[in-house]
Write a protein that binds this ligand. Sequence first.
Ligand SMILES: [Zn+2]
Length: 435
Amino acid sequence: MKLLIKDAFVITMTSKDSPVVCRDIAIEEGMISHIGEVPSAFIPDKIIDGTGHIAMPGLINAHTHMAMSLLRNYADDLPLMEWLSEKIWPVEGHLNGEAVYAGTLLSLVELIRSGVTTYRDMYFYMEDVARATEAVGLRAVLGLGMVGVTDPEQKLLSQTKAFFHHWHLSCDGRIRVEVAPHAPYTCSDDYLKAAFELSQSLETTMHIHLSESLSEVKASYDTHGVSPVKHLEDLGVLNKHVSAAHCVHIDQKDIEILKQHGVSVLYNPSSNLKLGNGFAPIAQLMEAGVNVAIGTDGSASNNNLNLFEELHLAALVNKGVTGDPTALPAYKVLEIATINGAKALGIDHLVGTLEVGKRADLILIDLEKPHLVPHHDLVSAVVYSAAATDVSHVICDGVVLMEDYEFTCLDEKNVMTQAKLEASKLIKRHKGGVE
Ligand SMILES: [Zn+2]
């Protein structure tokens, strides 16, 4: 399949100095073959008119729990530990593969509508998450969420291994599998070490929650005498293939540790604010040279997967908190949502920028909207003015998944119907009723 996008304002994310240029993009067999002058020998099977549109790399949602969409607006306005232990975990105990499949499909629809072409998921029933992703055509890095203190939970390590061997680099490389221990407060030290060793032996990435709430940090000092970040360093489980979600409550020493080991930080502004956890010191982390990516977290703590909302918040919160309007400028915000996400996921050789030879994961944003006119600075337009509903086209691995706001790959109404059904069955099981 040969695809040509004509006359778009292209933001390649490769040049901060001249971020926007009007160009054509040629795509062949899922790969970007030309940007700019496309040779006349290139005969496309399909042409998309990019006039009046921005073309940019597909966004990367670097931290989420897709099937939590079934618990959207189920439990709100609570602190993290109470929210998790009294509301979320008891219901999650009644999940099954069908529920996770339906919830994941619902989230995939939402991700595509908000311009995301790659996401990273940590959850349960990951075979079903992978099947949904395979069916829809997005790119994903998937990890089975592992909570473990004692021997019986070792089975999650073997399940991760089996899941890896079944799905890693499947679907033409679109699906990757990683190791995902939930957090230092839900995994014993030995368990964390075993998870890290597994990630090393499989030569894949590791994904963990870290220093999300003040109570987690306090408990770490009470138990180990050090911060959660330092505790992981002491266990020897940090390196450049590790990504830590949140890192809200960290100090200067923690930042140095994260930098020294090349750990990526996954920023989730909505979730952190909504759970009353605060705001991660993103500007300081980036200044120290830590790779920062961005995510939505799950829909139960956000309560949506709209990455544009996260970009907007990331920019505004960091200016407000630091008292410095130059903190986190628009181009840097776009970097954290594209190339930095790709680096955190270990796939920056494939995606994250629009470059010849990279996979064709890109989106078009419709500029002919009142809130996007006039077009003085299109990078600012994406970060400060655009909404998810302005994404008109989504292309992943060269396949057009959404064209002129219409899905080519799924029946949106049916997905919503199934999700509503599975959500009500889940709550009935939780309450001990008959389905
Ligand atoms: Zn999370």
